[in-house]
Design a protein around this ligand. Structure first.
Ligand SMILES: [Mg+2]
Length: 233
């Protein structure tokens, strides 16, 4: 029996527009009146995010002075999870078809995400995705929760899911960041990193996932191949 743990933002949800909107807001808020700044085009902004360029540096590249860039980074951290911006998220192209394919492959699908409960619920209901993830397979952060390091939180959530859900013979994990890869490794799970999220190939390769593919569709294809070849051998 097969189970798939998927991360939410990256494999399923595209958060690039939300991050870009927040970037524009914070850039505007951090500059002095009359100060000329360079608003990066979305494509360039997202390329920097995927290369894991620190927020302060993105502020600097956009023309903010050092202390402004520091404030910009702090404000950004505060705003990016603000409820008002969640509406900018949309499903990754073909992610819904990929979820349907997973349903044909296994009934054991769970989501493991750093989203807060309200933010996960919001996206699931906005795009009618609730039926893929009934409440008992939603592993996320409580609404009022001070998060520590992503790797630690993700590893803990995966551990909880493994302990609570019915045992299966094989569990795969899909995600788009180093936190997903490290969490999978900590629990000895095969891991597929997808390029449809907030890290580029170089960043992902540095953490040595088992596979790096374009998106959740491609990840499902690999899981289907690997599990059918394993059952034949
Ligand atoms: Mg993610």
């Amino acid at each position: 029996m097969l189970r798939i743990f998927t991360d939410f933002d990256g494999p399923i949800m595209d958060v690039s527009e939300r991050y870009y909107q927040v970037y524009q807001y914070c850039l505007e808020a951090a500059r002095e009146p009359g100060q000329a700044v360079t608003q990066l085009p979305k494509r360039e902004f997202w390329r920097l995010k995927r290369a894991q360029v620190p927020e302060r540096q993105i502020g600097g590249i956009s023309g903010l002075h050092d202390d402004q860039a520091r404030r910009f980074a702090l404000l950004r951290r505060e705003m990016v999870h603000n409820r008002a911006y969640l509406k900018y998220d949309c499903p990754v192209t073909h992610a819904v078809e990929a979820l349907q394919r997973i349903q044909h492959l296994t009934e054991h699908l769970a989501v493991v995400t750093m989203r807060r409960q309200y933010a996960l619920g919001f996206a699931l209901s906005q795009y009618a995705l609730e039926h893929f993830f009934p409440p008992q397979v939603r592993y996320c952060l409580p609404d009022q929760y001070v998060k520590s390091h992503d790797v630690i939180e993700k590893t803990r959530l995966v551990g909880e899911a493994l302990a609570e859900l019915s045992p299966v013979s094989e569990t795969w994990m899909v995600g788009d960041t180093e936190a997903d890869i490290e969490a999978a490794k900590a629990h000895n799970l095969p891991m597929i990193a997808v390029l449809s999220g907030i890290r580029d190939r170089d960043r992902l390769a540095a953490y040595n996932p088992d596979f790096i593919v374009d998106n959740l569709q491609a990840a499902v294809t690999i899981i289907a191949e690997q599990t059918s070849s394993a059952s034949k051998s």
